[in-house]
Design a protein around this ligand. Structure first.
Ligand SMILES: C[S@@+](CC[C@H](N)C(=O)[O-])C[C@H]1O[C@@H](n2cnc3c(N)ncnc32)[C@H](O)[C@@H]1O
Length: 529
């Protein structure tokens, strides 16, 4: 995963900073900063390297500088915001180096409160991208955010807009601090520009007259307005309005824009029970709630950073896993002694839970086409002490049945999908998905279902699952499969998950709005004996 954190900026010159006129062309300009203090330092573990000159700026708020640089790294490097956040406080050293290379100065190190703000601002600014772009281009003179030069200035303006409109932070402080950041990191003129548009925004917000579109006109116009108001791509709004109706589509978008909550699974395979996990959470003062659906799971709304820093994940005592994913494993219903093939297994969330439920007796064959992700699965299996029951197989599932004589009574196909059920956790995903992806994904899902079915013994079960809420990836794929494979029939999941999650057709479905979990789907398909 390391490469996802790499920005790949084409320089590392101390006395220069980026002036990016677009994500494609980066210019170097000399650093001008009256408030920078220069001093020499030697980094830990780098005794043989030459001391570096660092410029420390104590006037700029660290969380804003770091947020602006993270947003640039995400845009320029294509890195995922969530993965960057996972690095947490431990990344302070590297992160400050990025800040220095990008802005021309360092700020003081981030404390816990700064770190929470960075997570909030980066995630929120990405989620609210369409909404914020609309406001900025409506309020700024040139009406076109992409022409706002340079890229860093766009980020500073967007942070200010987000802080005023969505975080409701005191206007004077937001204006003052973002103007200072623009001046120090860029030039005085940039500060004046930020000052102008943030002040205008603050007045409009106070008068409750933000220039927002009205939901009126034909379906297309309404979808465009809703897409801006709730900051989603227009195609998603149109699709959800078609399948769920406008009211439910709006509720779903509101859910996606909320701060996500997380679940933790206590790792029984390491002898660490939910009671042990609860004791640790109490000690760390992390508020939590027991899952009412799964014995090993605990829900948390805040405090994930604290848990990461305490090392609970690093020691393999627990995993971050949504209950919706845990319930898919319940649909598989692993029993000690069974042999199970997990067809699209990496990075291994479900494999590890299946392995833990086997209690050391049986086998999970974890198949995946991605060698790197499979390596992560293997390492995590070792850490979780379930490596004796997990065997990895690197293969394209579509060629596996012809190359390996592998068959068993339980097969899980957790198919690659749009991820439309997990948009609250993946702030950037909505902007990376395109309507065209859906057709490609559906074709791949059909091919993988056909291949997975060949691994199922007569009388055995094939579980097809996704983390999507889209009927075309879920019910429709199952219906198409059953037409191609009349020797399979649906087995209702009602014996395996709470009735509230069972659909009319006997499938498992978690609805983010109804269940306050990620959206996911699973079908149990039995092969005739
Ligand atoms: C939704 S993810 C699986 C998540 C995993 N089950 C978990 O719980 O952590 C889908 C996986 O399918 C894999 N994949 C995609 N195409 C594949 C193929 N043709 N054969 C095997 N694996 C494939 C991807 O590499 C990816 O790891």
């Amino acid at each position: 995963m390391a490469q996802l954190f790499h920005l790949g900026l084409p320089f590392s010159v101390e006395s220069h900073k980026i002036s990016a006129s677009s994500s494609k062309s980066l210019k170097l300009v000399p650093t001008i900063s009256a408030s920078n203090i220069s001093f020499s330092t030697t980094r830990k573990g780098s005794a043989n390297r030459l001391p570096k000159t660092q410029k420390l700026n104590l006037e700029v708020s660290p969380h804003r500088a770091v947020s602006a640089v993270r947003l640039m790294r995400i845009e320029l490097g294509g890195a995922f915001a969530d993965l960057l956040n996972e690095k947490g406080k431990g990344s302070g050293e590297n992160e400050m180096a990025y800040v220095e290379r990008t802005l021309g100065f360092r700020t003081r190190e981030l404390n816990d409160q700064d770190l929470r703000l960075v997570t909030d601002i980066v995630g929120g600014t990405i989620r609210w991208r369409r909404y914020l772009d609309h406001l900025i281009s409506s309020i700024s003179h040139d009406k076109d955010i992409s022409s706002m030069e340079p890229l860093l200035l766009q980020k500073v303006a967007k942070i200010g807009f987000y802080e005023i409109v969505k975080l409701d932070m005191p206007h004077y402080a937001v204006v003052d601090e973002n103007v200072r950041l623009a001046k120090v990191a860029l030039r005085p003129g940039a500060g004046n520009m930020v000052n102008g548009i943030l002040r205008k925004l603050a007045v409009l917000k106070e008068n409750e007259s933000l220039p927002l579109p009205k939901v009126e006109g034909d379906d297309r116009a309404q979808a465009r307005a809703l897409a801006t108001l709730h900051s989603h791509p227009v195609w998603m709004v149109r699709r959800w309005t078609k399948y769920l109706g406008q009211e439910e589509a709006i509720k779903l978008m509101m859910w996606n824009n909320n701060e996500p909550s997380f679940s933790l699974r206590a790792n029984h395979a390491r002898g660490f029970s939910r009671a042990d996990l609860v004791a640790q959470l109490n000690e760390l003062k992390v508020p939590h709630k027991l899952s009412s659906h799964l014995d090993e799971f605990v829900r948390i709304k805040t405090g994930l950073q604290i848990i990461i820093q305490a090392g609970l994940l690093r020691k393999g005592l627990c995993s971050v896993q949504d209950e919706s994913a845990g319930l898919i494993v319940s649909v598989v219903d692993p029993q000690p002694g069974e042999i199970i093939i997990d067809c699209c297994a990496a990075p291994g969330g479900k494999t590890l839970y299946i392995a833990s439920r086997l209690s050391g007796q049986g086998k999970v064959f974890a198949v995946d086409v991605n060698r790197g992700r499979l390596r992560i699965l293997k390492e995590t299996a070792k850490l979780h002490q379930v490596d004796d029951v997990v065997t990895t197989i690197h293969s394209d599932l579509r060629t596996l049945p012809d190359s390996k004589p592998l068959k068993c009574n339980k097969v899980l196909l957790d198919a690659p999908c749009s991820g439309l059920g997990v948009l609250s956790k993946r702030a950037d995903l909505r902007w990376n998905r395109r309507l065209e992806d859906m057709e490609e994904l559906k074709k791949l899902q059909d091919e993988l279902l056909d291949a997975a079915s060949k691994l199922v013994n007569p009388g055995g079960v094939l579980v097809y699952s996704t983390c999507s809420i889209d009927p075309e990836e879920n019910d429709e794929r199952v219906a198409a499969f059953l037409e191609r494979h009349p020797d399979f029939h649906i087995d209702s999941v009602d014996r395996y998950v709470p009735v509230d999650f069972v659909t009319d057709r006997g499938f498992y479905f978690s609805n983010p709005v109804k269940h306050s979990l990620d959206g996911s789907f699973a079908a149990r398909l039995i092969r005739d004996s």
